[in-house]
Design a protein around this ligand. Sequence first.
Ligand SMILES: C[S@@+](CC[C@H](N)C(=O)[O-])C[C@H]1O[C@@H](n2cnc3c(N)ncnc32)[C@H](O)[C@@H]1O
Length: 323
Amino acid sequence: MRAPEFPFAFAASAAPVPDVGTFSFDDVVTRLRAAGCVFAEDEARLLLSDFPSPADLAEAVQHRMSGAPLEHILGWARFCGLRIAVDPGVFVPRLRTELLVREAVAALRLSPVPGASSQAYDAGLPAVVVDLCCGSGAVGVAIAAAMASVGGGTPVRLHAADIDPVATLCAAKNVAGVGGQVHRGDLFDALPDAIRGRIRVLAVNAPYVPTASLCTMPVEARDYEARIALDGGADGLDFHRRVAAEAPSWLESGGWLLIETSEVQAVRTAAMLAAAGFDVRTSRSEDLDGTVVVGRCGQAGAVLQLADSVVLRPDLAAGASGF
Ligand SMILES: C[S@@+](CC[C@H](N)C(=O)[O-])C[C@H]1O[C@@H](n2cnc3c(N)ncnc32)[C@H](O)[C@@H]1O
């Protein structure tokens, strides 16, 4: 539904708001297409359905034509088949991030960790799942919803955390539906001490765009999402470095750290996890255009091929630029 990210940009349109009485489906499509919307028909259908009043519809179309993300206008995004509330300014969950959810669910569905106490698994005790840098909370909510729908699956106790109060307010709306908790603060500082050493799955989609590449992002991201949601520092990997270093003390034995990264940065993200003592593999989905580095804590040789994914191409060496 959303246009592809990097090659796509909106042309700001100065077209006047049309007479509300004559605002047909075709009118909306024509205007969205003229403004550069790749999926104009799909977007028109959603706008017409969510804005039945002609005046509201005209305003929404105008807003979209000026470059605002469709999801901010609608107030929600489709993610892993779920309807996730997305408030203005909050990062819009991306299709590629569905790979992070797939991998997290695959990890949670694994049989008990060899060598570790299997009592918690056998008793069906809840697995602690953390969605760090949660934004809208889409990742954690999707993991919890998927686990709830699996017969006999492990129940999940979800904690979602973000530094941005606008994001945590939004996440609270979404996370409430799966009985999770939302915390605000800088990375692990936000988390309650009670879950230290007890996290089974730590799913992270932290900012990873190199600072110098921010200006190449589409206007939807640059102008409508918070800079702290995108800026990953000089090489884009500041958060991955910090998360890799701190995660081991928060994970249970055999617990999982999963970090979304880009295809070109994956080699370096994986190296950071390996240096922190994780057994590491990289998962890539061409369909979703997603890349996730999966690390397992304290289980030598136990990183399995879990989701429907392929290993990253080795020729994508550190230092390549994809931005
Ligand atoms: C790329 S967005 C991802 C949001 C969400 N995980 C998703 O996939 O839709 C990164 C998020 O990290 C948050 N963030 C940035 N710096 C942070 C920090 N120091 N501690 C916690 N969260 C942070 C931002 O507020 C933003 O919501």
